[in-house]
Design a protein around this ligand. Sequence first.
Ligand code: GZL
Length: 341
Amino acid sequence: MNRKMFGVLCLLLLSLMTKGCAGRPPETEQPLRYEEELGDFSEYIVVGFSQVGSESDWRMASTNSFKNTFTEEKGYYLLFEDAQQKQENQLKSIRNFILQEVDYIILDPIVETGWEAVLQEARDAEIPVILADRSVKVEDEELYTCWVGSDFEKEGRMAGEWLASYLEKQNRSDEEICIVTLQGTPGSTAQIGRTEGFASVLEEHPNWEMLEYQSGDFTQAKGQEVMERFLESYEQIDVVVSENDNMAFGAIDAIRGAGKTCGPDGDIILLSFDASRAALNAMLEGKINADFECNPILAPKVEEVIQKLEADETIEKRQYTEERYFDTSMNLKEILKERTY
Ligand code: GZL
């Protein structure tokens, strides 16, 4: 019996003993996930994946990418844990993966801080940690093997540059432009990068005023709630920067609820991030001006990393995905035909 099977078996015995100690009558005992699937693990690469949650279209596409990549047919056994947007759940999941002696841990960290201890525990257990999408802020970057994701600061900067060019075409370069921002989850890499990237262009335009930043936590409901408050608070809003599509959908509902319009022919310019299919359809309907892509299909790149690690090949520490932007000057009907998320 190899080390991994022994580990899983110990876990099984441990859990059966503790459950027995907990006094739950065996007949009500739900079989452990592993009881049903306990087989010869040695033929699989066992991967534990701690996912942020299921808060957005982007997130669902990300989850599908990992579930469709790390399949048993391809020689993987995927332990998938949805943290429901709570860091404490991710910390628990990682410790559980360590206990189960997985071969690799993939982590999409909800925020950048608070990871040193658990990453040290993974390193002590000699389990490589691969970061996907968002990143972590740690003193010792050797605590994780590599990071695969987007250049969020570039996304934010692209949005600012797009707005400057759009306003110029509208002969509004010298006009006072009032902006509000629906931010993503505070302290997440996507929020930090997009906010900083857009701000780097904002400071080049003294006639642009950022009225307020407020987090909508990347969800549609919170995005609508915050946008409703913005509309009550400010007489003039010329631009909404929404740091993901789901908050943009909420903003659209709030703007229409206030009797206003957004998009190329609207009262308010709406910029968004992710460029999901649903958002490109909303753009086609004239509700969104421009959308800055954030590619959720990261699992193939992560799989490549794991295969290289299996072959003892060197790994690049930071690996960026290719991204673009979309606006209503483009043939969106054609573009939508090839969009997979
Ligand atoms: C970005 C990702 C963000 C998306 C949101 O890489 O972390 O989280 O922009 C998602 O849609 O909720």
